[in-house]
Design a protein around this ligand. Structure first.
Ligand SMILES: [Zn+2]
Length: 310
């Protein structure tokens, strides 16, 4: 038995995190740990190891605690293979191949993260739509699945700790249109939501989080494909290989150019190997963000991504 915390916010109920015997076993929201620590310091706060006391204390209107049963293994921070299975089940098996989905979502990346990346002051009104052609529903569903698996959890010191939740809502609302969103849309929404940030900052956040979501969407599709192919082909299955590619950016020389060089020399590496390489190099660099390598952001403002070689 465990206790899960939710926040009622703007008419919706958002999971914050889960405690078992006073320990955090799941964080749905960046900042949950800080919140728990702050709460524990207050005189009026109950014993956090006492589930009944938590449920009786946090019953609304904004924060609510509820009993939940944790399944075996559910206290792992992030298990994308599980998310991929769940997503694949809910969308059924479409006719679209993994290769098509990979290409279409990579196009969306080009249209958002890579659009005018080398310009200091790009004219945002010229930013293109994310989906450039008729995009299969399945590709859009993988992007939704990436949002469901918490691809957005950027920790920005100048934004409130609930910011990832706000950013996720912006993405979900903007993704409803057939053409997806434009970078300008997300920048506008970010500045409306956080009036103290300037356009450049909003653009950086928009690109970083868009990159995290689209890379995670492709990774989920890749996971589902791998699971299916491994069942069909067993040991004969050869996973796709990838290079780490993209423009030069702030920390390119330290992390991304090294990893890019290694992947190229080897003629591509598996997605798993790529993640290990990024994590290793992000750890070694002062500007690295190894805890965001799971979302393919080895450092802030990273504009690189993985590209299939076979
Ligand atoms: Zn980079």
């Amino acid at each position: 038995m465990a206790v899960k915390f939710f926040m009622h916010y703007d008419g919706e109920k958002h999971p914050l995190g889960t405690l078992r015997e006073g320990e955090i076993v799941e964080s749905d929201e960046e900042g949950f740990k800080d919140w728990v620590e702050n709460e524990k310091d207050l005189d009026t706060t109950p014993d956090f190891t006492d589930d009944d006391a938590l449920v009786n204390t946090y019953y609304g209107p904004s924060i609510v605690a509820e009993y939940v049963e944790l399944e075996e293994g559910e206290d792992e921070v992030k298990d994308l293979s599980k998310s991929a299975q769940v997503a694949r089940r809910s969308m059924g098996r479409g006719d679209t191949t993994y290769e098509e989905i990979n290409d279409v979502i990579k196009d969306a990346y080009d249209n958002t993260v890579w659009w005018a990346h080398d310009e200091d002051d790009p004219d945002l009104s010229k930013s293109p739509s994310m989906w450039s052609k008729d995009v299969p529903d399945e590709a859009k569903q993988w992007v939704e699945a990436a949002l469901d698996s918490n691809a957005i959890h950027g920790d920005y010191k100048d934004l409130p700790w609930l910011a990832p939740l706000n950013i996720e809502r912006i993405f979900r609302r903007r993704l409803r249109g057939d053409a997806g969103f434009r970078v300008e849309d997300v920048v506008d929404d970010l500045q409306d939501t956080f009036p103290h940030i300037d356009e450049q900052r909003a653009l950086n956040i928009a690109r970083t989080e868009t990159g995290a979501v689209l890379d995670t969407a492709r990774e989920l599709a890749h996971e589902a494909e791998t699971q299916e192919k491994q069942q069909e082909e067993g040991e004969n299955y050869e996973p796709p290989l990838y290079n780490w590619v993209g423009p030069n950016d702030n920390s390119t020389t330290e992390i991304c150019s090294e990893v890019g060089k290694i992947t190229k020399e080897r003629g591509g590496v598996t997605l798993e190997q790529l993640k290990s390489l990024l994590r290793e190099h992000a750890r070694d660099s002062p500007s690295g963000t190894p805890n965001r390598v799971d979302d393919w952001s080895p450092h802030y403002q990273c504009r690189r991504t993985y590209e299939r070689v076979n």
